[in-house]
Design a protein around this ligand. Structure first.
Ligand code: PMV
Length: 327
């Protein structure tokens, strides 16, 4: 018997980084998924294996990389934390095998680590015979997220847990509001992997030093997110695009963009996108564009010609799902 959990990645449409400081963000779960299965092990150890070529076993306090060397230890640590959080909460000492299969590119701002943590928590609790509600899944996943991002807002595991298109700020805790609209987004992946935690810290230092204008920028970002919410209600795509452009400028000012992102943003705007911005932690990773149907092909081509990989994504409504299977 094994438990299988599937959870979606995400794109942040408005408000990354600012969301850490209680500014509302708008985020969409996407149709790029991770699958995590958990099955019992007789030998009492924890064994984690990822289709990226990483595997480790954990016995008492000893970790042994089986595949991928030291990189494996680092990559799989949040997964270990997610599984351990559940085991410790339920005071279980059982051995488990955890297998990860992902279609979300990693370390590029599409929420792969959040989705893996969420699916690990869901699969681990299910195989141990415990039912968690969505709020618990999110809270347990946050432990792993803290290891990856140091000071995360929690938005990645939140959207992966609940699914859909959401508006949320930290103060809302586990109560995101769903926006019942469908939208197709073009992602441009620069292919440059980077650490979100590093860029969250850069912004944190500026905020702590009260770098001139930073509080005003928080206010401007709140205003952009609130206007975007209104534009979603009216499905005013032109305004949604213009607000994405403004959001990108703010992210540049706080120092989290990268020349590869700015190049793709510029090229997609020239190709007729209604709006483009970086998405996620920045410093490389991905950007997104909003475009009308007749411009989508040109926008994808512009991403390719500027050295990026275009990926069309749609909203994934379900959030995390988990079930038991014999095979
Ligand atoms: O994990 P990423 O790169 O998609 O970034 C998450 C969004 C941030 O706002 C940059 C960090 C956070 O925890 O909210």
């Amino acid at each position: 018997m094994k438990a299988v959990a599937v959870a979606p990645g995400k794109v942040i449409l408005y408000g990354e980084h600012f969301v850490v400081y209680n500014v509302p963000a708008i985020v969409m779960a996407i149709d790029k998924l991770v699958k995590v299965s958990a099955s019992p092990r007789e030998d009492g150890s924890l064994r984690i294996c990822s289709d990226l070529g990483f595997a480790c076993t954990y016995e008492d306090s000893e970790v042994k990389p089986l595949m991928g060397g030291r990189k494996a230890t680092k990559f799989l640590e949040p997964v270990r934390i997610a599984a351990k959080t559940v085991l410790e909460h339920f005071e279980e000492k059982k051995g488990l095998s955890i297998d990860i299969c992902s279609t979300i590119p990693s370390s590029v701002g599409l929420g792969s680590s959040g989705a893996i943590s969420v699916a690990t928590v869901a699969a681990t609790s299910k195989i141990l015979g415990h039912e968690l509600d969505r709020e618990q899944i999110w809270r347990f996943s946050l432990q792993a997220e803290r290891h990856v991002h140091v000071n995360p807002s929690g938005i990645d595991p939140l959207v992966s847990t609940y699914g859909g298109l959401l508006v949320w700020r930290i103060q809302d805790d586990s109560k995101p509001k769903k926006i019942n609209r469908d939208i197709e987004i073009i992602v441009g992946n620069t292919g440059i992997q980077r650490s979100t935690g590093k860029f969250v810290s850069i912004v944190g230092r500026k905020k702590a030093k009260r770098v001139e204008g930073i509080s005003q920028l928080m206010g401007v970002m709140s205003w952009i997110s609130n206007l975007a919410l209104k534009a979603f209600r009216e499905m005013d795509l032109a305004t949604l695009g213009a607000l994405m452009n403004m959001n990108h400028e703010l992210l540049k000012v706080i120092g989290v963009s990268h020349e590869s992102l700015d190049r793709l943003v510029e090229a997609t705007r020239k190709a007729g996108a209604l709006g483009s911005k970086l998405t996620g932690g920045g410093g490389g990773g991905c950007m997104i564009s909003l475009a009308t149907s007749n411009k989508k092909a040109a926008v994808c081509k512009a991403i390719e010609e500027s050295g990026g990989q275009p990926i069309l994504v749609r909203k994934h409504n379900a959030g995390v799902r988990v079930w038991l299977t014999k095979s």
